[in-house]
Design a protein around this ligand. Structure first.
Ligand code: GTP
Ligand code: MG
Length: 240
């Protein structure tokens, strides 16, 4: 069945259900109705819970590392951690764009950034140290590493990206889950947030877009310079 046909079928079934509900509105208890809706959403909620658990595992690992470093070196390498789960719309859009088969199995195998963790560090060397400490752990498997700090994207984007696999232990047994980890400095995050706004704003005229892209590219160079100089100051402070 094509995706258009599936959408039409789901829409018509949904419409019939709502109409049936209307016809029998006085007879159906509201709690039974919500129970029925929530039972039908159960597989989706189950899937999201698995990804949330996997992201929580990774987040805890980083919090443990941060705490250990603060005791050992009197320095907190991590500034903040953000977690996000990809929305169903974004999952479907990505699968359509890349031409992946539209099945649950294909989604689990191919969409490896459903669970995302963003780790914001103060200094560039903290990023590499945190990544190494995570990857050393024997329950973590590195699936892909993209170093956009040593090799920034042409637009100036910098961050270290890891796709890892982490086990979660559920009532149904052990499951291996993919998690995307993005490690950045505060400066890289500041830049990426603004660049993201430009990328997704549809109403910017082409000429203005070109001007803003050039400005952002210049800011990316300044932010890389800032990170390098802050790192150098920290290194010198350590030597004294
Ligand atoms: P997707 O973009 O997730 O489909 O995967 P990809 O294979 O292109 O992965 P990549 O590691 O290049 O990027 C993954 C994520 O990093 C994106 O979803 C963004 O969150 C972030 N990212 C990558 N490039 C940029 C960029 O140029 N600007 C900003 N703001 N974020 C970026
Ligand atoms: Mg992504």
């Amino acid at each position: 069945m094509s995706s258009e046909e599936t959408k039409a079928l789901v829409a018509s079934t949904f419409r019939e259900t709502i109409l049936a509900f209307h016809d029998n509105a006085s007879a159906i208890s509201i709690s039974d109705f919500f129970d029925a809706v929530s039972e039908n959403l159960l597989p989706v909620r189950n899937m999201y819970a698995d990804y949330q658990c996997a992201a929580m595992e990774i987040e805890t690992k980083f919090r443990v590392l941060d705490t250990r470093f603060s005791v050992e070196y009197d320095h907190n390498p991590i500034e903040s951690i953000k977690m996000r789960l990809k929305s169903p719309e974004s999952i479907i859009r990505k699968m359509e764009e890349r031409g992946y088969p539209m099945t649950m199995e294909s989604m689990v195998e191919n969409v490896r950034d459903i669970a995302g963790i963003r780790v914001i560090c103060s200094f560039v060397d903290d990023i590499y140290r945190m990544a190494d400490c995570l990857l050393e752990q024997d329950d973590i498997t590195l699936v892909q590493r993209k170093d956009y700090i040593r090799n920034p994207k042409p637009n100036g984007y910098r961050s270290l990206h890891l796709i890892v696999q982490v086990p979660i232990f559920t009532e149904a047994g052990k499951k291996l889950m993919f998690v995307e980890v993005q490690l950045r400095t505060i400066a890289m995050d500041f830049w990426a947030s603004l660049e993201h706004k430009l990328r997704y704003k549809k109403t910017v005229p082409e000429e203005e877009k070109q001007y803003l892209s050039a400005e952002l590219e210049a800011c990316a160079r300044m932010s890389a310079d800032l990170d390098a100089r802050m790192q150098a100051i920290k290194n010198r402070l350590h030597q004294t």
